[in-house]
Design a protein around this ligand. Structure first.
Ligand code: ATP
Length: 233
């Protein structure tokens, strides 16, 4: 479980998160919705210790992220909005393998995870390519594969569909759907709820650093007017 307890956070003097409290159960599929600048990315970055609250606390599986960021990072696989920020190796397969290698897994298991994760994002057979020769959308898919390969309890994705073409978007949605039905928790930050709202158990809407709505998808979808979120048509 991921728990935010009264989390407040600011950049300089500018408050970005205000008293955010949220509990995300294992296996839940949660859409974190909100306009640009509403605080979604900032909230997600607290789950793995990239940011620490000015006040309040974030816990993953009952353990404070501030006290044990390594445990939090193992349990929560994060896909950043700008994938270039997260690459650590030169080629596709070596980047995707990096996380599982750090977990000390056997080679055969690492190879299996790399292969499965690349297939999930339509990049099978492209493991030897250099990341800096890929398009932006392909790089996004490598970043998603890297998080999938960690087989985390919760997968956290920040606007993962930006720049993806339709087949890749569909492949990723399909993969999220199957991961979710296999019990992986998914938290997907987006301002565009098309295609994904049907997958979610719950929608949390942020505005101005506050949690404005939090409830079952069907109920929240009826309350999106004026929240600058693109609703499913
Ligand atoms: N490094 C930073 N320094 C100063 N202010 C920042 C920084 N990162 C984010 N902010 C500010 O925090 C607020 C929330 O930003 P955040 O990126 O969390 O929003 P978001 O909902 O994820 O938006 P988007 O959909 O555009 O990614 C914005 O006002 C933004 O300008």
């Amino acid at each position: 479980m991921i728990e935010f307890r009264s989390v407040t956070y600011g950049f300089d003097d500018h408050a970005v998160l205000e008293d955010c409290s949220l509990e995300i159960e294992d296996g839940e599929f949660v859409l974190l919705a909100g306009a640009n600048g509403s605080g979604k990315t900032t909230l997600l970055r607290h789950c793995n210790g990239l940011l620490s609250p000015d006040s309040g606390e974030v816990l993953v599986d009952g353990v404070s992220v501030a006290e044990n960021p390594v445990a939090a990072r193992t349990a929560t696989g994060m896909v950043f909005q700008h994938p270039r920020d997260q690459f650590v190796a030169a080629t596709v397969a070596s980047d995707v393998a990096f996380g599982p290698e750090n977990l000390g897994l056997p080679h055969a298991e690492i190879d299996r995870r790399v292969e499965d994760s690349l297939a999930a994002v339509n990049l099978e057979g492209r493991g030897d390519e250099r990341i800096d020769t890929l398009s932006g959308g392909e790089q996004s898919r490598v970043a998603i594969a890297g998080a999938l390969a960690m087989e985390p309890t919760h997968l956290l994705l920040d606007e993962p569909f930006t720049g993806l073409d339709e087949p890749s978007r569909e492949a990723v949605i399909e993969r999220l759907e199957s991961l979710s039905s296999d019990g992986t928790g998914v938290v997907l930050a987006t301002h565009d709820l098309r295609d994904v709202s049907r997958l979610a158990d719950r929608i949390v809407v942020m505005r101005g650093g506050e949690i404005l709505e939090d409830g079952p998808s069907s109920r929240v979808l009826e309350r999106l007017d004026g929240l600058d979120v693109r609703a499913p048509s």
